[in-house]
Design a protein around this ligand. Structure first.
Ligand SMILES: [Zn+2]
Ligand SMILES: [Zn+2]
Length: 327
């Protein structure tokens, strides 16, 4: 097999040939058909997330076809197409696992971070954490649903019955969640980097009611805002566009420092919450709903060998929607 591997945070991924992995008990091996490039991969590569397995193969938006089964796998079959997400394994017995909060497990394993992921021609996963994908939809179109879609979905759920929802950072996750919001007959307010009219126009094509820079005030107060960009200064900015009782949801795994702000910015029962990881139920819920909504992902395709270019283009916002690696 071949993989793009990280040996040291802050250095480029390296193209390597490795022995084909053997799935252990309860595991599956897939031929990778496509793997999305998530901002979290950038945080792993840059060293923002500490204690990765090293060397590690990044990538946790894997669409693959099963070509080997470990002992004891009975729920999935050879030849089946599956999705492999960020949540790679949980302990099953900590207080979080036993109270329907496996996303907060005390002893988790994360794909492409603490175990090898999908920037490769093959990947191994715990069968219980892989999602059957069926045969509808292309591999490339489905890949971004596996993290951008799932984390976006979990973030959206945190906004409750909010009708007017702001999205800060209109990348892979927001371009999917905007479609969910429109389908739910809610209103989308898209905030981009100031002056980024290209992304604002992209947001309009997906049904945004209003678009503007993250330094702008929308024409009316919002019920909730989801921050997908890794920028701490957006937290007080987002609080300031909310009505009383509104909520800011921080969807990313890493964010730069949040600057100090005066208490009246939070006052009147505004809330700030974060979203961490996903549960398998989030995945089942979202992946069954996505075809009904008719979500269309906008993707830019890269060869596996060009993973470093894809990450760099993500860092600089050079494409709309999501980047996807195709081995
Ligand atoms: Zn646990
Ligand atoms: Zn991700």
């Amino acid at each position: 097999m071949f993989a793009m591997r990280l040996h040291k945070p802050g250095t480029p991924l390296q193209w390597e040939e490795l022995p084909d992995p053997i799935p252990g008990p309860g595991e599956i091996r897939v031929k990778v058909l496509a793997c999305g490039v998530c901002r979290t991969d950038l945080h792993v590569v840059d060293g923002d997330l500490t204690h990765p397995q090293l060397p590690v193969t990044p990538g946790h938006e894997i669409v693959g076809r099963i070509d080997a089964l470990g002992v004891g796998v009975s729920t999935l079959a050879l030849g089946q197409r599956v999705g492999i997400p960020w949540l790679g394994h949980t302990c099953g017995h900590c207080p979080y696992c036993t109270s329907h909060h496996e996303n907060l497990c005390d002893h988790p394993v994360f794909t492409g971070y603490t175990r090898d992921g999908g920037y490769a021609t093959m990947a191994v996963a715990d069968a219980r954490f892989a999602f059957p994908l069926g045969e509808d939809g292309s591999d490339i179109d489905l890949a971004p649903l596996l993290c951008a879609g799932l984390i976006g979905w979990r973030s959206l759920a945190k906004t409750g019955d909010a009708q007017k929802v702001g999205l800060y950072g209109f990348g892979a996750a927001a371009h999917i969640i905007a479609q969910v919001l429109v389908w739910q007959k809610k209103e989308v307010f898209a905030f981009t980097r100031p002056g980024d009219t290209k992304t604002q126009n992209f947001a309009k094509t997906l049904g945004a009611k209003w678009t503007g820079g993250s330094d702008e005030q929308p024409p009316e107060p919002l019920d909730a805002a989801i921050i997908f960009a890794p920028t701490g200064s957006l937290v007080p900015a987002a609080l300031k566009v909310l009505r009383k009782g509104g909520k800011v949801v921080c969807a990313g795994i890493h964010m730069s420092e949040i600057p100090a702000f005066s208490y009246d910015t939070l006052w009147e029962e505004r809330e700030i919450v974060s979203v961490a990881n996903l549960t398998r139920q989030d995945g089942l819920d979202f992946l069954s709903l996505a075809p009904k909504i008719g979500i269309r992902t906008t993707t830019t395709r890269y060869a596996l060998k060009d993973a470093n270019q894809a990450l760099d283009d993500l860092r600089h916002g050079r494409f709309d929607g999501a980047a996807v690696l195709v081995p």
